[in-house]
Design a protein around this ligand. Structure first.
Ligand SMILES: C[S@@+](CC[C@H](N)C(=O)[O-])C[C@H]1O[C@@H](n2cnc3c(N)ncnc32)[C@H](O)[C@@H]1O
Length: 302
């Protein structure tokens, strides 16, 4: 297996297939959506068949790397959510547990159609039984508690719905989930937000990763992100006391993600992350110009 607690430069498919089977507890993957976004070193405008075939290859590599008890969360856009769900379930054999809608605010403005405000997060397990799901670590206050003062309410709260909401003014700068639902209403990480790194246009909010990692792994487990990007998964995993392995094809992104992680670990302790009470301050620390958001083409440095 790759050395743990590393962000590695390379092709995920090759690295995972060259490694052993069954060493990963949780994989979070946020691949390029094939929508023409300009990445450093990656063409995001492939032929449809080529993209779906490539997706099958990397999802098979993830399946192989997962322990039988492992979980796999796939963030994906409207364009390929259905195709990749079919491949993951029918061709590879993943078990779908939730089709989560992460509802965000600050979506891109449109002129001739409704503004997009969601990303799909497909939650799979490798096996139908025997996976980790830490219900108590992600419970939220129920309406019985907050509205009806109902004595029958479970004092521990309820499990979130599968549409996830987070209030942007709280979720984005502080990076934690507000009691909510399973449409995940965490704001996208917009250009003006403190959390934003500035050198990667697809940065996931740390609150989304915190919920996934708390629910589907335990301290000391191994969390894999085969499309590491700005390193959000690695930061969340490290601060929550999990081992992490991040892989990205771009040496540029890997270099910055390593610095982001180093900075996060030097300014925030794992305990702070568990409480979800501190600000991740590694914003624009490396002097890179901001880039456009996912879905908008922009020139990137080579
Ligand atoms: C949507 S971004 C991930 C963003 C990440 N979730 C974050 O929070 O910053 C997708 C990433 O996949 C990387 N990538 C594309 N093809 C890859 C491959 N074959 N192996 C590893 N990384 C790859 C790109 O360089 C890009 O950084």
């Amino acid at each position: 297996m790759p050395d743990l607690n590393q962000i590695i430069q390379g092709d995920s498919i090759q690295i995972l297939n060259d490694g052993p089977e069954g060493w990963v507890d949780l994989c979070f993957a946020d691949p390029p959506f094939n929508i023409g976004y300009l990445y450093h070193g990656y063409d995001d405008q492939k032929d449809v068949t080529e993209y779906v075939d490539w997706s099958e290859k990397w999802m098979r590599a993830v399946h192989r790397a997962l322990k039988p008890s492992g979980s796999f969360y796939l963030a994906i856009g409207d364009e390929f959510a259905a195709d990749l769900s079919v491949v993951a379930r029918r061709k590879i054999g993943f078990h779908l547990r939730n089709w989560i809608i992460w509802h965000y605010t600050f979506g891109q403005q449109t002129k001739m159609k409704f503004a997009k405000s969601h990303t799909h997060i497909l939650y799979f397990t490798k096996s139908a039984e025997g996976f980790t799901f830490n219900a108590d670590s992600v419970r939220v206050a129920s309406a019985r508690q907050t509205t009806y003062a109902d004595s029958r309410a479970n004092p521990k709260g309820k499990l979130p719905d599968d549409t996830w909401f987070l209030r942007p003014q709280e979720a984005a700068p502080h990076g934690y989930f507000e009691p909510g639902f399973d449409t995940w209403n965490e704001s996208r990480v917009c250009g003006t937000f403190k959390e934003r790194e500035g050198w990667h246009g697809c940065q996931m909010p740390i609150g989304v990763l915190n919920r996934i990692i708390k629910a589907s792994s335990n301290e000391g487990n191994v969390v894999l992100d085969p499309f590491n990007g700005s390193g959000t998964t690695a930061v969340s995993a490290a601060l929550l006391g999990r081992h992490y392995v991040g892989i990205d094809q771009s040496s540029e992104y890997v270099g910055y993600a390593r610095k982001r992680l180093e900075h996060a670990l030097s300014t925030q302790t794992p305990t702070d992350a568990k409480r979800g009470s501190r600000v991740l301050t590694a914003t624009d620390a490396f002097g890179r110009p901001r880039v456009a958001r996912r879905g908008r083409s922009t020139a990137k440095s080579a």
